[in-house]
Design a protein around this ligand. Structure first.
Ligand SMILES: *Cc1c(COP(=O)(O)O)cnc(C)c1O
Length: 507
């Protein structure tokens, strides 16, 4: 009888010897040396990435990159970490886009702060999942406190709540989902969650500016309303939503028999970095009983500045807000949040599963963040990165980074405006400048020439800029999101742009 029982004392002291190859690669109590070796080697490669990179991009062509990756035989593992890291250097690290260099001035990718990278080490190794208290413990409360802190920065009361999400597109989806379901419940006594879309759902209308993020369109489609539900409102000379045109558009849609349900205002447009007039838009939303969602994916950094916080005045009037910490709080991807002014609205999302968050459970006593999540059940503890950042650096320093960036963008705008060979469309509340090289007196095709400049820069890897089209015209775009960018960098970048432009003209 006795020898069939497990000897617990013996199993506790079980030692896995190194030749027990089977256990070596699992993260467990006897694997600390293997763990330390792998992480140490990874750190060395990251340090080399910082030390050796002088250009934001190697310039490698997709066909070469593709064949390097395609040639790997995934069924034959490598003999050791050293050869693994060497291979990954070739396939990835040596060619990765380096966001931390000031010559990277293209998209909304920020350099990241170091305390957040330290947090990542804990997040991925301990691997908590944020759905329920029994899977995350302290993680649940750390996330909740950061949501409360963010709500406070917005100017919300303690009635607010929210959740960390994978990104701004997902947060925007949550905003429109709540807008749609709230409208139906409140004004049509129709429960979309239970009964699906109401018969007149194809008449629902959502108002966004011409410069709003494309996720609004995709989200309208995902929500079953179709992209046709999106009404484009005209913009002013700085490409911000024009409140007069908004009012007019709402009246027009009503006259057509359509049903306005929501407005998405953008606080920091992707193309121009300008903030829609939030207070006036909020007034219009309230007069028309429309849900107001503010997409502050980019502009959220203004929350932390003393000097420019006023640009977000009125954000506290929104029903919901999108925050991308991975855009303007210098956090590694992913780190984002969706915040609602009235936490009761989040009840729309709740769905009970007996094995995870049963209906009869008291969620004040035993909380479950999954009740607020739309599409993620298992969810990373991304909140810890922001926690490390705030506890180590503080809010003020992050705010100063944003102030430095805004000052640099404004100096750059002055430079572009003073140079008769550049055409700048407008200045920016944040750090985006849309412009083109247009040498005075030259009569050629400016769109082709600027496209040539962009392509040349990309495949030389020396400077990475973005581009966009405005009224069918091709423009170059700077997104300054690095507090280390100086006016000397900008001078150099502009002279390289001119060099490639002139080569095109005189070739
Ligand atoms: C980047 C951006 C988004 C999308 O955010 P992701 O985190 O990339 O999903 C939404 N809105 C605006 C204004 C953005 O700039």
């Amino acid at each position: 009888m006795n020898n069939t029982l497990i000897d617990y004392e013996k199993t506790k002291n079980l030692v896995f010897t190194p030749d027990q190859d089977y256990y070596n690669d699992i993260f467990h109590q006897h694997a600390t040396s293997g763990y330390t070796e792998a992480i140490h080697l990874a750190q060395e490669r990251v340090s080399d990435f910082l030390k050796n990179n002088r250009k934001p991009f190697s310039g490698i062509r997709p066909e070469e990159m593709k064949s390097k990756v395609e040639n790997i035989d995934l069924d034959t593992p490598l003999p050791d970490y050293e050869s693994l890291f060497n291979e990954v250097d070739e396939l990835y690290v040596n060619h990765a886009t380096a966001y931390h260099l000031p010559e990277y001035i293209a998209h909304l990718n920020c350099p990241v702060v170091i305390p957040a990278l330290a947090a990542e080490v804990l997040i991925s190794a301990i691997n908590s999942s944020q759905d329920t208290y029994d899977q995350s413990a302290g993680g649940t409360f750390i996330e909740r406190k950061l949501i409360d802190w963010t709500s406070e920065q917005i100017g919300y009361s303690d009635k607010a709540d929210g959740i960390f999400t994978a990104g701004g597109s997902q947060s925007n989806l949550m905003g429109l989902l709540l807008a749609r379901d709230y409208f139906s419940l409140e004004f049509q006594k129709w429960n979309i969650k239970l009964d699906g879309l109401p018969p007149d759902a194809s008449k629902f209308r959502i108002f966004v500016s011409d410069k709003a993020h494309f996720s609004n369109h995709k989200n309208a489609w995902i929500l079953g309303l179709g992209e046709q539900a999106i009404v484009h409102v005209g913009v002013d000379s700085r490409y911000r939503m024009d409140p007069k045109q908004l009012e007019k558009a709402i009246l027009e849609e009503k006259a057509k028999g359509n049903i306005p349900i929501a407005i998405t205002a953008t606080a920091g447009t992707t193309d121009f970095g300008n903030v829609d007039p939030l207070t006036e838009i909020a007034r219009i939303a309230s007069r028309n009983n429309l849900w107001l969602h503010v997409d502050a994916a980019y502009g959220c950094g203004l929350l932390l500045t003393e000097k420019y916080r006023y640009l977000l005045n009125g954000i506290e009037l929104a029903d919901s807000v999108t925050i991308d910490y991975h855009k303007s709080f210098f956090q590694p991807i992913s780190s984002s949040a969706f915040i609602v002014k009235n936490k009761l609205h989040l009840n729309i999302i709740k769905h009970h599963a007996d094995y995870l968050n049963p209906k009869e459970q008291n969620y004040d006593a035993l909380p479950a963040q999954i009740n607020k999540s739309i599409i993620q059940s298992t969810r990373r503890f991304d909140a810890l990165k922001l926690w490390f950042t705030l506890r180590y650096m503080g809010k003020k320093k992050l705010g100063q980074y944003t102030e430095t960036i805004i000052a640099m963008a404004s100096e750059t705008a002055d430079l572009l405006e003073a140079d008769k060979d550049f055409e700048l469309l407008t200045d920016s509340d944040l750090g985006v400048l849309v412009f083109r090289y247009k040498p005075s007196g030259w009569q050629g095709d400016c769109c082709k020439m600027n496209l040539h400049i962009k392509t040349k820069l990309f495949f030389s890897g020396e400077v990475l800029v973005a581009s966009t089209k405005v009224n069918g015209i091709f423009y170059l775009k700077f997104t300054i999101l690095n507090p280390l960018t100086t006016i000397a960098h900008i001078h150099t970048i502009l002279s390289i742009i001119k060099k490639h432009g002139n080569e095109y003209i005189f070739s």
